[in-house]
Ligand binder design. Structure first.
Ligand code: ATP
Length: 433
């Protein structure tokens, strides 16, 4: 029973995401392409807002962090040194009956698939490991040079470690923040954008002096910073928890690690990893730090927070989905909502209402992403805006012509209040803080 309810939430969100222009299947007119997704006009706004909020908290919000934007394709030596060519792999098993492949460590998928062959025993081949790096061939003459699309954005921060120190006045402890695309040859992409072959990450690599106690403290601090970020942006705290990695499940670089997991309709699922990478990466790249004051030289340790932009975007969509009677709405945090407000004239065929509403719309548009709507009746417009999570609807009616006020209707409570037109900007900015 529970499962059916959850499954239907996923189906409803998937259908809404397509219908209203959040997420489209990649290359859909050619039957799609497994593991690739396109963001539509509203999806790109939601995803950009997720990235903006991350940058605001993790880069602008801190004195000890600077940002970079490294290239997607790097010298292949980077991947040799980082260990990805050897160790960046997933174990895969294949069903002997239907040849379906699944990750050997995905207990749920294994069980699910076994249920589809109830009469068969011993359906799986032995596990084989598959490297997740996506190869690309560069150059115009044969043989072309083999390179890779980055499997994680992380290495960009390490290879630029010295550049960042030399070009800024930053000193350990400090962090490098980055947001960008990564690519993985995932064996079983699925659950909409949850596991894709092309996705975006938002990461902080934070460099500290090597010290067990101090680095453990930093690790714990960043766990809190990151889980609070999701909570402050409206994710239900009951659906968030940490999942510590057992030593044998840790990535090849991790000294210790925990995941922030979200209770998705398809089960508790990782949305961000927090890793203590020790000196693994800087050491492999032969990099060191020299403290200018003391002349002391050492290899800093790294605490990493590595979130998925697409997973966060998907979970913000799922978590905000609400049904109240006939009403469907996305209770998105206003900072994340694609449109901050919709502006309507009460009636489309009254030029004086339309003109006043157009002026309000144009003025608000200078500051916020607002949308114009004059189709159908007010009820239909509210319905359409609720469904895409627009926090406020502004209606210009006959009273507006008399006293320069408008009706502002709140998405979550459906309550309306009169607001002076010249107070509208501050009304929204106050609520977007
Ligand atoms: P998983 O175990 O789910 O494959 P991972 O542990 O390999 O994930 P990391 O390498 O720690 O993931 O990457 C950090 C973050 O990048 C993840 O928490 C997730 O949000 C995001 N991410 C990783 N792989 C994918 C993917 N294939 N599609 C979408 N997001 C991803």
């Amino acid at each position: 029973m529970d499962l059916n309810v959850h499954t239907s939430v996923m189906e409803k969100v998937t259908s809404l995401a397509k219908r209203r222009g959040f997420i489209f299947q990649g290359s859909e007119i050619y039957g799609g392409y497994q593991g690739f997704w396109d963001y539509g006009p509203l999806g790109v706004e939601l995803k950009n807002n997720v990235k903006k909020e991350w940058w605001k908290t993790m880069v602008y919000g801190r004195e000890d962090v600077v940002g970079i934007d490294a290239a997607i394709i790097m010298n292949p030596v980077v991947w040799e040194k980082s260990g990805h060519l050897k160790a960046f792999s997933d174990p895969l098993v294949e069903c002997k009956v239907c040849h379906r492949r699944v990750r050997a460590d995905n207990d749920e998928a294994i069980k699910d698939h076994e249920n589809s062959h109830p009469d068969e025993k011993d359906i799986w081949t032995d596990a084989k490991t598959f490297n997740l790096m996506t190869e690309v061939l560069l150059g115009t003459t044969e043989p072309k040079e083999k390179s890779y699309l980055r499997g994680e954005i992380t290495q960009g921060a390490f290879v630029n470690f010295e550049n960042v120190i030399n070009s800024t006045r930053i000193k350990v402890p400090f962090g490098i923040g980055q947001i960008g695309k990564a690519f993985r040859n995932e064996i079983t992409p699925g659950n909409l954008t949850f596991r894709s072959r092309e996705f975006e990450q938002m990461e902080l690599e934070y460099f500290v002096k090597p010290d067990d106690d101090a680095s453990a403290k930093t690790f714990d601090e960043f766990k809190e910073v990151r889980i609070n970020w999701y909570k402050n942006l409206g994710i239900d705290p009951e659906k968030l928890h940490f999942h510590d990695h057992e030593p044998e499940k840790r990535a090849h670089y991790a000294k210790y690690a925990t995941d922030i997991e979200y209770k998705a309709p398809f089960g508790w699922s990782e949305m961000e990893g927090i890793h203590h990478r020790g000196d693994f990466d800087l050491k492999n790249h032969g990099l060191k730090y020299r403290d200018e004051m003391t002349n002391e030289e050492y290899i800093p340790w790294v605490i990493e927070t590595s979130g998925g932009v697409d997973r966060a975007t998907l979970f913000f969509l799922i978590d905000s989905y609400r049904e109240e009677g006939e009403r469907v709405f996305l209770k998105l945090h206003p900072s994340l909502a694609p449109y901050k407000a919709a502006v309507f004239p009460l009636l489309k065929n009254k030029p004086e209402l339309v003109e006043k509403a157009r002026n309000i719309y144009k003025n608000l548009k200078k500051e916020f992403n607002v949308v114009w709507d004059d189709r159908g009746n007010i009820g239909k417009r509210y319905f359409a805006q609720d469904e895409i999570g627009t926090p406020w609807c502004v209606t210009v009616d006959f009273e507006s012509l008399e006293d320069d006020t408008v009706t502002v209707r709140d998405r979550d409570t459906a309550k309306q209040e009169r607001v002076d037109i010249d107070r509208l900007q501050s009304y929204f900015s106050d609520r977007l803080k």
